[in-house]
Design a protein around this ligand. Structure first.
Ligand code: SAM
Length: 214
């Protein structure tokens, strides 16, 4: 049977925590696979906000969602960097309330690297391709933690195989490892006999809101 792939494990973590009516975020829309998963999980009364800085990615996501017959009321596609997510998400009126306070976001998914099929991606040394970068990825993850509700999850699929990918993966790991235990639980999911370039997952479950000034 084999262990779950890194992507499937990320999906499982999200599936366990996102329920109908929830708010969820895709921080890197790309081709829209994760956005579609989140839209299915939040259901007709929930909401997904998906970010990408490439118009082509949001176009691909829109095509993917439309092909799946997804109701446009369930999602908003935003052409902006994920480190700006807080303003967009707080402007949504579906954050919901628990005991009179914001219920918060159930899951934030990051799938780092570059848009699959990006022609320029074939050349590992190409400086022109659009990749995620630690100087915006880490602030985006900080914002995601502030938005998440206790029990909510952040997933980050990391790709150390492309130029700049290892530095970013290490930055994300160091950031997650430095989170205080009372505030969050963090894990790394990787195949120890896979090549060093193989993708792996870092996930963070928020435990307490106190640290994050929500
Ligand atoms: N989750 C996607 C899916 O399911 O198809 C795949 C995402 S792809 C690996 C990474 C995406 O991150 C690319 O489309 C890229 O344009 C986007 N990206 C790069 N920098 C970004 C940023 N600062 N904010 C948001 N998206 C970014």
């Amino acid at each position: 049977m084999g262990f779950l792939s890194v992507l499937s494990f990320a999906h499982q973590l999200v599936q366990q925590r996102v329920q109908a009516g929830d708010m969820a975020i895709d921080a890197t829309a790309g081709c829209g696979n994760d956005t579609l998963l989140l839209c299915r999980l939040v259901g007709a009364s929930g909401r997904v906000v998906a970010f990408d800085i490439q118009p082509e990615a949001l176009e691909q996501t829109q095509v993917r969602l439309a092909a799946a017959g997804m109701d446009p009321c369930r999602y908003r596609l935003v052409l902006a960097s994920h480190h700006e997510m807080e303003a967009y998400v707080k402007a949504e009126d579906r954050l919901g309330k628990i005991d009179g306070r914001d219920a918060g976001v159930a899951a934030v998914m990051f799938n780092l690297g570059y848009l699959p099929g990006d022609g320029s991606a074939a050349d590992e040394s190409d400086g022109e391709r659009i990749i995620t970068r630690p100087d915006t990825t880490i602030p985006a993850m900080e914002a995601a933690l502030r938005l998440l509700r206790p029990g909510g999850v952040l997933t980050a699929v990391l790709y150390p195989g492309h130029s700049g990918g290892r530095e970013e993966a290490e930055a994300v790991e160091a950031w997650a490892a430095g989170l205080p235990q009372r505030a969050a639980q963090t894990l790394r999911y990787s195949f120890t006999n896979a090549p060093a370039t193989a993708p792996y997952l870092v996930a963070v479950e928020k435990k307490s809101s106190r640290e994050y000034n929500r």
